[in-house]
Design a protein around this ligand. Structure first.
Ligand SMILES: [Zn+2]
Length: 165
């Protein structure tokens, strides 16, 4: 979609304060945040609704959680709210992350905060430093659990329980 603003951010045609990126998603700060560190997690692929590509949508939800955890540890909000609101202006699948603070409740009817470029960069750097650099790959850690060794006594007991002896 040549005119889609999120596609252009994904392709780095429009600069954005990217805080996280992996093969399916890009997360960047909203330049008109309703609270400090408000972040948009967009899919790299252009589609608008979750059910057009559930598999990718799932990955975006996973990325959003990773980014939310980073925001939590970097900015220490009281809570994190998520918004998945299809938008007519930007018909490109994305999840909004709204950090909530005691004096910053990110209500939709609130006016966006005025944040300078410098402040945005500082916030982005803080979130980036708390974000895992390597995307979560399908890593399967198989723990070797040794079977407890059974003594002859144990075996005899088991056999008795099973009525074998
Ligand atoms: Zn797009």
């Amino acid at each position: 979609m040549p005119d889609c603003i999120f596609c252009r951010i994904v392709k780095k045609e429009i600069p954005a304060k990217v805080v996280y990126e992996d093969e399916s998603s890009v997360a960047f700060l909203d330049i008109n945040p309703r609270s400090t560190g408000m972040t948009i997690v967009a899919s790299k692929k252009h589609f608008s609704n979750f059910d057009e590509d559930s598999e990718t949508a799932t990955k975006i939800f996973q990325s959003a959680q990773a980014v939310a955890k980073a925001i939590k540890s970097a900015l220490n909000p009281l809570a994190i709210e998520f918004g998945v609101i299809p938008s007519k202006e930007v018909p490109h699948f994305h999840i909004r992350i709204y950090p909530v603070y005691e004096n910053e409740i990110p209500l939709l009817e609130n006016q966006p905060k005025k944040v300078s470029e410098q402040e945005l960069e500082k916030i982005a750097a803080e979130i980036r430093s708390a974000t895992p650099t390597a995307p979560a790959k399908e890593e399967v850690i198989v723990e070797q659990v040794e079977e407890p060794k059974r003594t002859e006594e144990d075996i005899a007991w088991i056999k008795r329980q099973l009525g074998l002896e």
